[in-house]
Design a protein around this ligand. Structure first.
Ligand code: NDP
Length: 323
């Protein structure tokens, strides 16, 4: 089978196509024939070495496809099931062996590409809006990179929960998409200083919560924009990691809360995973949550997909399709 491996951490060119044997599922595992794999920013962190893994690194954390074989005690799925998963590495491939407890069976209305586009970023947007900081009416949220993969989903879910949403974007095209997703106001943070802009759009009060996936470039200013006892949800670092911080700063800026959550801890049990996935797929099937696939690439063009994602050229989901 064809699979993308990184043998030396570095740029997109390190994503090389390899010919490997189709793996066999062990106990509690299933073999999935991949129909579509999702591209996520975390794949860039593994490729560059920001997140550590032993070499060669099998890249990709998300896919949808069909169960081809099951190992002993893989009771959650059966051969022929249409499934999707997130957070099991090695999805940039024609086949992957995945712990069966991580597989979600797909409702009939959800096709493979939608499923591969919705799992990792959809579950993330779900846990951010529902659990990390439960949004509700009367709350104002600032969402950075509002037209990104997670961003467009988070804006929609935030609006479903009745929050007021301000979003940052880098271009007019991205602003249009964020507004279409429901954002009440957009700020061009690569052109304007977003701090006074957000202050203006929040009538000087600041916001209740900042969802910050951009990291180094936005984190400290985000703290300045929080109301007293507001919450900073720092969940990514697309512009680089956040510098270490003295907890006293949270006190000085108004007894703030800071959390640095990750999806794995919010899908900690199979029950929790299925609950979040059921809600996300239910919203998609019901037309409340729109999935935007920005671009699909053949698997062999994984390097181009990374080039586009880290070059800020995309809005929504990128998919890799095995040839
Ligand atoms: P996106 O589609 O959101 O792509 C990243 C976006 O970030 C870009 O489109 C760009 O939007 C913005 N950005 C700002 N500065 C930079 C920069 N210097 N370089 C690149 N992009 C920049 O990616 P994803 O939806 O896959 O992921 C979004 C973030 O969420 C990532 O940081 C990721 O690590 C995080 N994440 C965290 C999870 C968790 O469990 N904690 C789970 C899933 C994702 P613009 O052009 O508008 O500025």
């Amino acid at each position: 089978m064809k699979a993308i491996l990184v043998r030396t951490c570095g740029g997109p060119e390190q994503l090389q196509v390899n010919e490997l044997p189709v793996p066999a599922p062990g106990p509690g595992q299933a073999l999935v024939k991949i129909a579509a794999a999702g591209v996520n920013f975390i794949d860039i962190y593994y490729r560059t070495g920001l997140y550590k893994a032993s070499l060669p690194i099998a890249i990709g954390m998300e896919a949808a496809g069909t169960v081809e074989a099951v190992g002993p005690d893989a009771s959650e799925v059966a051969v022929g099931d249409r499934v999707a998963y997130a957070l099991s590495r090695g999805s940039y491939a024609e086949y992957a062996v995945v712990p069966s407890a991580m597989l979600v069976k797909l409702p009939d209305q959800i096709d493979f590409e939608t499923a591969a586009a919705a799992m990792l970023q959809g579950l993330t947007a779900h846990f951010l809006a529902v659990s990390a900081y439960p949004l509700k009416e009367g709350v104002t949220a600032l969402i950075h990179a509002a037209a990104g993969g997670v961003g467009l989903l988070l804006v929609q879910i935030a609006k479903m929960r009745g929050a007021r949403v301000l979003g940052t974007v880098s271009t007019q095209a991205k602003a249009d998409l964020a507004i279409e997703a429901g954002a009440d106001g957009v700020i061009f943070y690569s052109r304007d200083d977003f701090e006074p802009e957000v202050r203006r759009l929040s009538s000087g009060h600041g916001v209740d919560v900042v969802y910050d996936s951009v990291g180094a470039a936005t984190f400290l200013k985000g703290l300045n924009l929080l109301r007293p006892r507001g919450t900073m949800v720092s969940f990514g670092q697309s512009s680089g990691p956040v510098a270490p911080l003295d907890p006293q700063l949270l006190s000085q800026k108004g007894s703030l809360f800071l959390t640095r959550p990750k999806l794995g801890d919010y899908c900690a049990t199979r029950l929790e995973l299925l609950w979040r996935a059921d809600e996300v797929f239910g919203w998609i099937a019901g037309g409340q949550l729109k999935i935007r696939v920005d671009h699909t690439y053949p698997l062999r063009e994984a390097a181009l997909a990374h080039h586009d994602l880290e070059g800020r050229r995309t809005s929504g989901k990128l998919l890799l399709i095995p040839d």
